[in-house]
Design a binder for this molecule. Sequence first.
Ligand code: ADP
Ligand code: UDP
Length: 236
Amino acid sequence: MEKREELYRGKAKSVYKTDDADRLVLLFRNDTSAFDGKRIEQLDRKGMVNNKFNAFIMQKLEAAGVPTQFDRLLGDNECLVKKLDMIPVECVVRNYAAGSLVKRLGVEEGKQLVPSTFELFLKNDAMGDPFINESHVIAFGWATAEQLATMKQLSLKVNEVLSQLFDDAGLLLVDFKLEFGVFHGQIVLGDEFSPDGCRLWDKETRKKMDKDRFRQGLGGVIEAYEEVAQRLGVSL
Ligand code: ADP
Ligand code: UDP
């Protein structure tokens, strides 16, 4: 496999073509952004931690029957993935109220949600990733009704698998964001799963162990990511 030119530079990762038209290299950088890219800082070791964390989670999901982009790790900061036609929609599952849900509905942070909720946001930084519903996705052609049903079913499956995995490590999976794409006609989980795109609280103390430490200026961001990785048994 040969790494070729940069295809896209996002806020936290860079995407490269390879000599295989079906494969891309994802490079996890140390850049950490919040508020739709309005605040960006470099956090030492973050690229490496998220790359290895993501590899670990994607492999667990694949083993549980969720089709993922993940092919293999290439080094500390890079992995090889399937090249997906990305669907520009973020799927968010929530088990406890936090973040934008608390702001939008004025509910108490930490309230357990039964059943878990499933929400959709348009992936568009310029518009501030607006909240959308299922009929918008279909009416604007971002995905078909069938693709959307699969994305929802897979998101809830991911929630089942990962809630248990984090629970075993003494952590609450509060909420998370997934992105899907299409690979040879099949809906496949893309992008990444790391503490940048989910909320994780210590089960006993409710200490925040995710990107909220960065968003809220709490400090100890990478130390928290590393502790989560260590509790799960991810080798860094
Ligand atoms: P952003 O675009 O939100 O700034 P990143 O910095 O994480 O995010 O950039 C990674 C980009 O690569 C995202 O736009 C994501 O949708 C895209 N991407 C992730 N996985 C794949 C994949 N397997 N195939 C094609 N594109 C992908
Ligand atoms: N999330 C993300 N990228 C986004 C928006 C949200 O990874 O562009 C994640 C976020 O980390 C959290 C979940 O999705 O785990 C729900 O986020 P929320 O809607 O509460 O928005 P936020 O408070 O992050 O703005």
